[in-house]
Design a protein around this ligand. Sequence first.
Ligand SMILES: N[C@@H](CCC(=O)N[C@@H](CS)C(=O)NCC(=O)O)C(=O)O
Length: 375
Amino acid sequence: MQPGSPDQQQRLVVHGLDLSYFTGKLEAYLRAKGIAYERREMTTASFRACGRATGVLQMPQVELPDGTWLTDTTLTIRHLEATHPDPSLLPADPVARFIALLIEDFGDEALWRPALCYRWAFADDARLMGSRLARGMLRDVPLPFFLRRQFITRRQQRVYLHRDGISRSTRAAVEKVYTDTLAAMEAALERHDFVMGDRPTLADIGLFGSMFRHFFSDPTPAALMRERAPRTMAWVARLWAITPAGFSGRPPIRDVPGSMAALLYLAATVHLPELAAHAEAVARGLATAGFTCNEATIEVPASPYRAWCLNELKRAFQALSAADQGRVRALLSDTASTGILASPPHPEAFQVPRLPITAPPLGAPRGRDWNRPVA
Ligand SMILES: N[C@@H](CCC(=O)N[C@@H](CS)C(=O)NCC(=O)O)C(=O)O
């Protein structure tokens, strides 16, 4: 494509990084939809500039050809599914659609802690990724390379290990979320190309951020994936290679395959209880949320963003007919988790941006948890 050609002028600009979880998630979505984009590798200066444009300091941030902005991959994908409905990544059946949203959220939120644990708690992985960030996003920081690498490695370890509840006593429980998810993915992919059947859905897109940019690429989790999960490796490559022509003719997803049982079990027992702990803490104005993960007790700063995620899932569940709610209950088969989904949404602790963002919001940008300044 020639610079300045009409095609290029129509492209979205995805400001992000080629090693970023949520940038990878959004790229897989855009590739599956056939939406042209250019990924522009962030610097610390462009990270702040994008934050001023959208009000949130996070990546990716999407700049549209008309100068408006999209932020947050869940909201961005929701917006793009409305403006670019074909080929749809939402299953046709309401229960399957709810399950796709649940697994998207599980991928976004529950795999974040293990992904960051493998990246920053293992010495070889931390050294490699610290170097890549120092040469990449921090390339505009006027310090020698070794100081940039030391700064970013310590910052990531402080924010994403220590402050996110990863310690000697919880680490094995956090790592088990990854290895259990690999086993669940292997089962889901035994007979199908994608986790819900033979066409990709938002469930695949949500799982892709961690699976591609962290687990498939970072040395320690990638070795585990090679050893234990060849079907997941093939799925990562299949999804990265996807184009609309590769699946748009395939029949829509009309049911939730039994092969998803292990993934659904993880969403019900690992993910929903943590979301409920955040929602409870946010509603009570507490600074921290405590929950159990694989029998370890974890305490982390309460996240209004995760409280919002649970509200969205509750609203989606409660909008289903009584018969469809019954089907979800049977699929999740864990009464505690369906109790969480059936309870009333909590009062909103914050407002989500309305997309597209047409003018910079007033005030300083918020951090990725949407209520705290960026660390
Ligand atoms: N909910 C957001 C999460 C985005 C996010 O957390 N991105 C990470 C990078 S993958 C980030 O911005 N980190 C900023 C930081 O470390 O301060 C989304 O779906 O886009």
